[in-house]
Write a protein that binds this ligand. Sequence first.
Ligand SMILES: Cc1cc2nc3c(=O)[nH]c(=O)nc-3n(C[C@H](O)[C@H](O)[C@H](O)COP(=O)(O)OP(=O)(O)OC[C@H]3O[C@@H](n4cnc5c(N)ncnc54)[C@H](O)[C@@H]3O)c2cc1C
Ligand code: FES
Ligand code: FES
Length: 485
Amino acid sequence: MTDRQIRFLLNDRDVVIGDLRPEDLLLDYLRLNAGLPGTKEGCAEGDCGACTVLVGRMKSGKLTYDPVNACIRFLGSLNACHVVTVEHLAGSAGSLHPVQQAMVDNHGSQCGFCTPGIVMSLYKLWMDNSKPSDAEIETALQGNLCRCTGYESVMRAARAMGKTGSVSRDKLVRERKATSAKLRSLASRRTIEIGKGSDRIYVPGDAGDLAAILKKEPKATIVAGSTDAGLWVTKHFRGIGPAIFIGHLDDLAKIKAADGVLRIGATASYTDAAGALARHFPNFGPLINRIGGAQIRAMGTIGGNIANGSPIGDMPPPLIALGASVTLRSSKRSRTMELEKFFVEYGKQDRRKGEFVESVSIPLLNKSVYKISKRNDEDITSALVAIRMRLGREDMVDSIRIACGGMAATPKRANAVEAALRGKPWNENSINAAMDAFAEDFSPLTDMRASAEYRMLVVKNLLRRFYLETQDAGSPSSLSSYVAA
Ligand SMILES: Cc1cc2nc3c(=O)[nH]c(=O)nc-3n(C[C@H](O)[C@H](O)[C@H](O)COP(=O)(O)OP(=O)(O)OC[C@H]3O[C@@H](n4cnc5c(N)ncnc54)[C@H](O)[C@@H]3O)c2cc1C
Ligand code: FES
Ligand code: FES
């Protein structure tokens, strides 16, 4: 038995859709079908935040609202969700929401194009924490660009929003119980299947259903957070059907530290995984905070970053340096391999017919990772170096793994650099020799992000920086970080 409809809650209305294509996007639906033009389209690629809405869903039994870029969120992924747009913030007789009032009082808007998106990001922050610090406000707004007001008045509004109204009186907060019950009733335990041929969409009930669908449709596009796949549609005008939407699968989102490994399910988002990753590997905290903005981190998954196989994906190099393994599953079996072996060549991963990425497992050790990009926030990597090292007696390098992003067609180990350091004393001379060895490992490209010469220079200097940091007990890479956890 299958269901043939997507059912979700949009503000306070029930939506049932039985006719949709894999490429149909939430933003178009809101503006063109639902008569809700408050949500704006700026970039259509997840960068500017003008299209920010909240999407609530039951995650491990708890109703959780995430900020989401509606421009790259597929309609087919919304079953049993609560979509909240800026129109829903209006109070009785059209009064302003406390967050909107704070924006008005503090002159937080000029042309107004970015404002609904900024209001929605601040609304999410206000619900969780109505008196945020400046750092928390900046993190919440990383994914919202404003070209005319400037950010100072928006910051003032965010600082003031705790005084303009009470969170407990907010509609979403008051209706939590009823909304949770409603979303539970909308969830389908069966696979939802709509459409025919390449216009078909599937929404599996669990990971077992996903395996069964992939057996039948091995060429279907798996879509998790759609932060890569969404752009294939909005920027490259590609079809993605038949498509299988998996972002809601809780059984693939589990995160657990046990038996010396941290296991992260493929559909865990960056936001979901950030706490556990940063707890066990402190350097992951700042790295994850530099992946997109809050919207991208709430949507994008760790499994998607691995499965996509991009040479500038930020997760693979540190995971490879840590000796992580990836588990793939099909309807017949599961298999686990070293993550570095998963990346075969540019655009080709070792994923067989009918398989999906189930999880990644990381041995519990500490390490260091450096990301270089043109801007600190909301920017894709130019070059990334991740290092895991263990020193033995008399500061001899016992073991070392170095993995780089942006330096080759796949995320790749720096084998020659590792060999130049292994068994050598951890000192200036060894570092100088190892820096030269980068040229044996990599011939990077020149592209719009960086020149080949820059990339080579920067990875060499990051190795030197790592060495210098290990000489300073107060630095992020001080030697104590390398003790097994
Ligand atoms: C504005 C913006 C900023 C970004 N910034 C960064 C950044 O700083 N660093 C970075 O690394 N990335 C960045 N990205 C890219 C993207 O967010 C990540 O690669 C993300 O992890 C992809 O995950 P997803 O769940 O959204 O994947 P999706 O888009 O859903 O899927 C990506 C690919 O993986 C496949 N896939 C997904 N899940 C599975 C699975 N379980 N099994 C098999 N195949 C699967 C899909 O079929 C598809 O080929 C950014 C993207 C945007 C739009
Ligand atoms: S329109 Fe720019 S992030 Fe969606
Ligand atoms: S107010 Fe004009 S873009 Fe922000």
